[in-house]
Design a protein around this ligand. Structure first.
Ligand code: SF4
Length: 261
């Protein structure tokens, strides 16, 4: 038995990305070193060769933070490796300061910002949505790992809304219970863009493990702690797909169904 599909959360516009902390450190420290090396080279003539070497190293380190659009996409693998080193290297300090999540989210937001710029004028033709299994309400027995449409859309978790949105938009998507499976699925599908939902720790690991694929990330909410009954904004995911991915050709012809348990 089917009933009329209900209205999904309005996607609205993508929220602003808050990347100030990561960018300040990632670009600011190399530029500060560059300026210091330049001043030292002016003052200390005897060691000028070394100071000039430091100056070049500072410029080379800061330069990738200025790449935008197609240049960012072309150089993304090396950019992610370098930025990943900064994110992971300073993570223990952020943890000591009680700002670990904020630091990782700032790193994620910086790359979200650059991915948004890169797909602003030419949306991705081949997009994969990745979600973790912990978004499913833990007592639910629906086999959504194998078939998303086994969800009864009972309203207990975000999977129901997600299923409706994915069916309506004909999104290519995977729900996985292990990170390595998600990476394997992503490599097999060879997407032009990934839109991934996960906790901050997995988002950082995922961005570093798959540096070659531009990825827009959406953090999970953890109202019951890690890995159980997590939540996320389906509206945010829809906004990301609307803004970054080309719509599937036959999307309008597919009507989402509402099943009865
Ligand atoms: S919406 Fe309901 S049926 Fe679907 S996965 Fe969540 S709890 Fe299970």
């Amino acid at each position: 038995m089917t009933t009329a599909p209900r209205t999904l959360p309005d996607p609205g516009a993508l929220p602003p990305e808050r990347y100030g902390a990561f960018l300040t450190v990632r670009r600011g420290i190399p530029l500060l070193l560059t300026a210091s090396a330049f001043l030292a080279a002016l003052i200390h003539a005897a060691g000028r060769g070394w100071w000039m070497l430091g100056l070049v190293a500072g410029v080379a380190s800061a330069w990738p933070t200025f790449l935008r659009g197609p240049a960012y996409l072309r150089n993304r693998t090396s950019i992610m490796r370098w930025d990943g080193l900064w994110a992971r290297g300073l993570r223990p300090l952020a943890r000591r300061l009680g700002r670990e999540d904020a630091w990782i989210l700032s790193f994620c937001a910086w790359h979200n910002h650059r991915v948004r710029e890169a797909f602003q004028h030419r949306k991705a033709r081949r997009t994969l949505v990745l979600l973790p299994h912990c978004i499913q309400w833990s007592p639910c027995k629906a086999g959504i790992l194998e078939d998303l449409q086994t969800c009864y859309d009972c309203g207990k978790c975000a999977v129901g809304d997600y299923m409706q949105a994915a069916l309506a938009g004909r999104w290519e998507s995977r729900i996985t219970n292990r990170s390595h499976k998600a990476y394997r699925e992503a490599r097999a599908y060879r997407p032009e863009l990934i839109v991934a939902v996960s906790c901050t720790d997995r988002l950082l690991k995922g961005l570093i493990k798959l540096p070659e694929v531009p990825t827009y990330v959406i953090p999970l909410a953890l109202p019951h702690g890690m890995c159980v009954d997590t939540d996320f904004s389906v509206a945010h995911l829809r906004a990301a797909m609307d803004a970054l991915a080309q719509p599937a050709a036959a999307a309008a012809k597919v009507l989402p169904l509402r099943r009865e348990a």
